[in-house]
Design a protein. Structure first.
Lengths: 111, 110
């Protein structure tokens, strides 16, 4: 069974640019989550999709972040415009139940 | 105050040692508890769920104390491959939202 895949694995952009991260969950997992770890801090929840609907987006930092999950399959997380403090590792996870499976993350560096 | 607190370590132990990590959580309404393991530059992976009755999986034992709001992980007969960061994770009642501690780093040496 394929795991959660994320693309790209690394992204280096300049402040003010736009970046789009993609996540392909495990097939059949209705729940999809985005988490983020910034340097030296704990992993923090960003949002949760159930199929194509946003169940909880309370962790989204501000309106520069936009997450979508068209058709309830893969998800994208767009940051526009990116700021220095957006640098970190963005993890996607999917689940059928309480057990979450994480992708290997996208390391985002905003210069 | 952080919702989930852990000692960041590192805990340096020799092979074969027994080591224990504790974690405290502040939300008394929390319902589900987990230990995740994260290797350097890798994703977190579920190590085990933590139940009120305590649970064991091979060399790993997890305990939950709801009255004191803490969770523990005991690793017996440590192996070199146990070296990793151990994340205490809590799922608040009614929410599919995991809250992570900063993790405790374990280094097992020969």
């Amino acid at each position: 069974e394929a795991g959660v895949t994320q693309f790209p694995s690394h992204s280096v952009i300049e402040k003010g640019q736009t970046v789009t991260l993609r996540c392909d969950p495990i097939s059949g997992h209705d729940n999809l989550y985005w988490y983020r770890r910034v340097m030296g801090k704990e992993i923090k929840f960003l949002l949760h999709f159930v199929k194509e609907s946003k169940q909880d987006e309370s962790g989204m930092p501000n309106n520069r972040f936009l997450a979508e999950r068209t058709g309830g399959t893969y998800s994208t997380l767009k940051v526009q415009p990116a700021e220095l403090e957006d640098s970190g590792v963005y993890f996607c996870a999917s689940s059928r139940d309480e057990k979450l499976f994480f992708g290997s993350g996208t390391q985002l560096s905003v210069l | 105050r952080k919702e989930v607190e852990q000692d960041p370590g590192p805990f340096n132990v020799p092979e074969g040692a027994t080591v224990a990590f504790n974690c405290t959580y502040s939300n008394s309404a929390s319902q589900s508890f987990f230990w995740y393991r994260q290797d350097c530059r890798k994703e977190p992976k579920l190590l085990m769920s933590v139940y009120s009755s305590g649970n064991e999986d091979g060399r790993f034992t997890a305990q939950l104390n709801r009255a004191s709001q803490y969770i523990s992980l005991l690793i017996r007969d440590s192996k070199l491959s146990d070296s990793a960061t151990y994340l205490c994770v809590v799922n608040s009642a009614g929410f599919q939202k995991l809250v992570f501690g900063t993790g405790t780093r374990l280094l097992v040496s020969p």
